[in-house]
Write a protein of this length. Structure first.
Lengths: 439, 439
């Protein structure tokens, strides 16, 4: 109740506190607000929070709240309610319910699932004065902002776009067709939501019309939805890079067992992969028995490769994601990463070499051949870091070529891959360098 | 030249190909376009690309192109040119140059550095008819869209906001002060750009007014700039989580030695930290000499902790970043992560135990005490995974408490931290379980 009791929390403070509140605290918070504040809060909540709020209401109150939602937002709420979507649908008026049901037929992550089916429309043969009068009537019925006004032919094909500014500037008797922009960029209703968001960001659009295969207008995606998509997609990429499945909901709102399932999957795959290190190590058991000193550097060497690989894969996954690097750039990236990997390996190898050969107790710790051990370790570091860097950088390209998400190449996955090969590199180098002395 | 020679590349195709083109290819591309297409391309390029394009032009041509830029975009170009900012400033007309120089006094990552100093303004005492006529004249002079119209008092304080729609809907003789919204959310000129972007995303604003300490209006931040900030900040977080310094430029455009420097820094720190594993291992050298079989599982055990830690830190860094989790939630997160860590540890430990005790060659590989070895390994896995999960989840909170960026808790950093403690856990458990048998 603490939050509701605070004298005058701002909308921002309420939204900040929302994820940490339980159901009674949320109800008390709503009860403490006046109508306008409560409406603002409700509309600013996430679809999941709107859904759980509506579920807790009596039928009459639910109807009042549900009708504040624009159809595209109502679709998000219905999707978040999953099997309980009827809670929302039954609360809508009949025409909106029909619109929402039509939108629910689209996948959640395509343009059709994101669009608002209501938008301001003009006909090309209107005069500017007629257009303004017509828009006044259209506007009177709705609350949310209109960005552009679309000009449609009689068969509902998108033929142009005008801004409010162009209408205001134009002479009253000019035809809409004379002042409209004819080249309208649009997206197909089945376009991926990431593509839609990227297009809006690239061209600084406030809204993007959605058309079907015949070019008939179906709706608009607005910039606020594009921003949500971008945040959602960045979160998904970050989670995948960290070696989890995408959570699809805020951390504190994911059910504990769902969270566990999404984390255990990749950890198990990686653990099973990492078991190959035990298998690989078994081959080198005799070498370790002869020269236990070799075991001391195993964690250092494999983790250097893992860290270098995590770096490279993260850089390339993001660069591919935002379009800074394309599939055609694979060879350029390879050249850069071969050089980077060798250079980074040499930097770390020098530090490692000095650490071993200048260590005060080097004789008792590493024995008389400490110079050779230093050489074996540092040559291995060069090899392992270069290998980690190159494979970490190339794996995202390989995954995309296989039509998989490059972000599947998580930092832990690359680290695990590099661990196994790192051991093989280390023991091969060590046996070459130390043969005849301690091996 | 391949791209320029393609018959009719779309603007999108040109932008896709841009990062991979060299200077002559870019010049040829511009030459092949008509004026309107060239303008669209220029305005859609990144500030860095606009700067390098302008640098390559003769003074006369440069002037024509530079004047297409809005003041806030010109600021970005000037910043990208660094020491060569005069290339741009000299090409601007005097009033715009003065505006740009005023904006350059702000830091690049604060609201003032992001805002456009030009915006549509009304006075509260205007009638609606006067307002529309006034806006027509203001509009005639500028090209980019206006989102909201701000109402300023005589001393330039922000007193209200009206949308174009509200003006069009209102009666011609109503006063602006009667139809305007008086509660205007704004940001201070020194607000962090991340806060600005988050606020616009949260409230679905298309523009946000920027005011000084006295509430006087200084400019507007528009949603297209907020989108760029969000993409930039997500990229920075992802790069930091991957263990690199933020690149601050597209991967292929970062100078090779800069790239190396930004990667070598953290890798060196982590390498030096990881050397502690060699020190820790030295304490256990006798144990390894007695039971070489223990060495076989070192990579498996420490990497399990590293992977679990990477997962946890990534989840929490992102959740803190988007506001799904707040500092006050630290104890809730701790409780969740203790349980998650133990549960994940048990899942992996069971797999590890079965892998060891059911392996066909277990007797020759692990000796007669393979059950005890299985027990030592799996108890260690539980401890290491739980420790990795808990420390990975709590480190971002600690960093934020220390006023550092939580994303500094990179996946490689957590993995390195966990490696050292993981070894200590493993050898302590092993010596307790195996004492009297093989140790």
């Amino acid at each position: 109740m603490t939050t509701a009791a605070t004298p005058n929390p701002t909308l921002g403070e309420l939204l900040d506190a929302w994820p940490s509140m339980d159901a009674p605290e949320r109800a008390a918070t709503f009860a403490a607000l006046d109508d306008e504040e409560a409406t603002d809060l409700f509309l600013a909540l996430s679809a999941a929070d709107q859904g759980s709020f509506l579920s807790g209401l009596a039928v009459g109150a639910r109807r009042l709240w549900a009708r504040l939602l624009a159809p595209d937002d109502a679709v998000d709420v219905a999707q978040s309610l999953e099997a309980d979507a009827a809670v929302l649908l039954d609360a809508l008026d009949a025409p909106t319910r029909a619109q929402v049901q039509a939108l629910l037929a689209y996948r959640e992550d395509e343009a059709g699932g994101l669009m608002d089916p209501r938008y301001a429309v003009l006909r090309p043969e209107f005069t500017v004065d007629e257009a303004i009068a017509y828009l006044r009537r259209q506007y009177a019925a709705r609350e949310d902002p209109t960005y552009y006004t679309y000009v449609l032919s009689a068969d509902h094909r998108l033929v142009g776009v005008v801004t409010m500014r162009e209408l205001i500037r134009a002479a009253g008797r000019a035809k809409v067709s004379e002042i409209m922009t004819r080249e309208v960029l649009s997206v197909r209703e089945d376009a991926d939501q990431e593509e839609v968001a990227r297009m809006m960001a690239r061209y600084d659009f406030l809204a993007l019309p959605v058309v079907d295969a015949e070019g008939r207008m179906k709706g608009v995606v607005t910039v606020d939805d594009a921003i949500d998509v971008m945040t959602e997609e960045a979160t998904e990429d970050i989670q995948k890079l960290g070696g989890t499945e995408a959570l699809d909901a805020p951390y504190l709102q994911v059910d504990f067992f769902d969270l566990l399932k999404k984390r255990a999957g990749w950890l198990t795959v990686l653990f099973v992969g990492e078991m190959l290190t035990a298998t690989a190590m078994a081959y080198f058991e005799d070498a370790i028995a002869k020269a236990v000193v070799l075991a001391l550097f195993i964690p250092l060497i494999i983790s250097s490769g893992g860290n270098a690989g995590s770096q490279a894969t993260t850089l390339i996954v993001r660069a591919l994601g935002v379009g800074d690097v394309r599939m055609e750039d694979a060879m350029r990236v390879l050249r850069r990463e071969v050089l980077s990997g060798l250079a980074l390996g040499c930097v770390l190898a020098s530090i490692g070499f000095l650490r071993i050969v200048l260590w005060p107790t080097r004789d008792s710790l590493y024995g008389p051949h400490y110079m050779l051990i230093g050489a074996a370790v540092s040559i291995s570091v060069v090899g392992v870091v270069a290998w980690g860097t190159i494979s970490g950088a190339m794996l995202p390209f390989l995954l995309r070529r296989l039509k998989l998400d490059p972000a599947t190449a998580s930092a832990p996955m690359v680290a695990t891959l590099v661990d196994v090969t790192g051991l093989i590199i280390y023991f091969s180098v060590a046996s070459a360098v130390l043969r005849g002395t301690i091996l």
